[in-house]
Write a protein of this length. Structure first.
Length: 367
């Protein structure tokens, strides 16, 4: 088999809406899948992508080409996980079909981002982008927006941050905190994007599923997540209080007050340390292995927290135009550097003891 016509569904609309698993190989299988997807959601653009791939396949077959057709799906969480799934599926298809060339069919720029992945495995002879024509674009715009809001992917990526902004603004108005609403919105919105960028969505989802669905012992790590969330909420409340105090100095001063040592910073650091200690305890209970790196982690987080607090204090003085008073922030930063050095010494001592105990146990086992 020389040529492969590939229809790309990066966010797995086919699988989510019809239950059909990727890859869909062969003309008849793709026709059946396209019909099922069209019946499940007549407005789904991936249906047109599959039909265009079938039309391209038929045209090449009439020209006497040695060709096969496949639809490959990713994951609703578009990104690394989705792209890795598509890459693994493509490898399986190549092994089965012995294809060396490809024609890529997609419905937009998002799917076209996969072109380098496909090009690393096959020579791409052509790319096709399917654009569905609209007879009444202006009249249909509102309906299209409302319909897209029902898509889970759109809800997570676009609707959720907008909802956060509106919610915070409204809540601040109800509580009589309209002066700090703009700063609070930026803080919460940055927290949302931090969760997205750091990939913590899966952690929250797994925590929820473990608490509600598992019949086995729930790990300490899962319970400590609740404590960490509560610490974060208390920290946010404390930060809001500090923002209210600093509101007369401007938005920048409010944000620094929120992040400072009197705001969210100590609660955030405590939450992070609690989560990692719980993870270490769970590993020790389940596997009998103590991760000595937790010692270095705790000292590192605390030292960075103190250094950050000192920097924030200095920046706050600059922003507010107050007379420079560097003694307290410099002392705080020195404490941070001191903790870092102490942590290094403690870590080396404990690591040496652990290694000695391990060596002694191995010697006893050998005897």
């Amino acid at each position: 088999m020389g040529l492969l016509v590939i229809a790309i569904d990066r966010d797995n609309d086919l699988g989510r809406k019809t239950g059909i698993r990727s890859p869909v190989l062969g003309r008849e299988s793709n026709i059946k899948a396209a019909v099922e997807l069209g019946l499940a959601d007549p407005e789904e653009s991936d249906t047109n992508t599959m039909l265009e791939a079938i039309r391209t396949y038929d045209s090449l077959l009439e020209d006497g080409e040695d060709v096969e057709i496949v639809t490959i799906c990713g994951d609703v969480r578009v990104g690394t996980k989705s792209d890795m799934k598509i890459a693994n599926t493509l490898d399986q298809v190549i092994t089965k079909t012995k294809a060396t060339k490809a024609i890529l069919v997609s419905d937009g720029a998002e799917d076209r981002e996969l072109e380098p992945i496909i090009r690393s495995r096959l020579r791409i002879d052509s790319t096709r982008m399917v654009v569905v024509q609209q007879s009444r674009p202006i009249e249909d715009t509102l309906y299209t927006i409302v319909h897209k809001m029902e898509d889970p992917k759109v809800q997570r990526q676009f609707i959720l941050p907008i909802a956060l902004i509106v919610f915070v603004w409204g809540l601040a108005g109800i509580l009589g905190l309209s002066e700090i609403a703009s700063g609070l919105i930026w803080v919460i919105l940055s927290g949302y994007f931090l969760v997205k960028v750091a990939g913590w969505e899966d952690e929250f989802r797994n925590f929820y599923n473990e608490l509600l669905t598992t019949s086995e012992r729930v790990s300490i790590y899962s319970y400590v997540w609740l404590i960490a969330v509560l610490l974060f909420v208390v920290g946010v409340a404390q930060g809001i209080e500090q923002m209210d105090i600093a509101k007369e100095s401007g938005v920048a001063a409010m944000v620094l007050a929120f992040l400072g040592l009197d705001g969210i910073l100590p609660y955030l650091l405590s939450a992070i340390v609690c989560v990692e200690i719980a993870r270490t305890i769970d590993t020790y209970v389940s596997e009998g292995v103590f991760n000595v790196n937790i010692i270095r982690f705790i000292f590192t987080v605390l030292s960075l927290g103190l250094i950050t607090a000192g920097v924030i204090d200095i920046m706050a003085q600059v922003v507010t135009g107050a007379d420079p008073e560097l003694t307290d922030p410099l002392v705080t930063m020195l404490w941070g550097f001191g903790l870092a050095l102490l942590g290094r010494l403690v870590f080396d001592i404990i690591r040496e003891r652990v290694e000695e105990e391990s060596s002694a146990e191995e010697a006893v086992t050998d005897d």
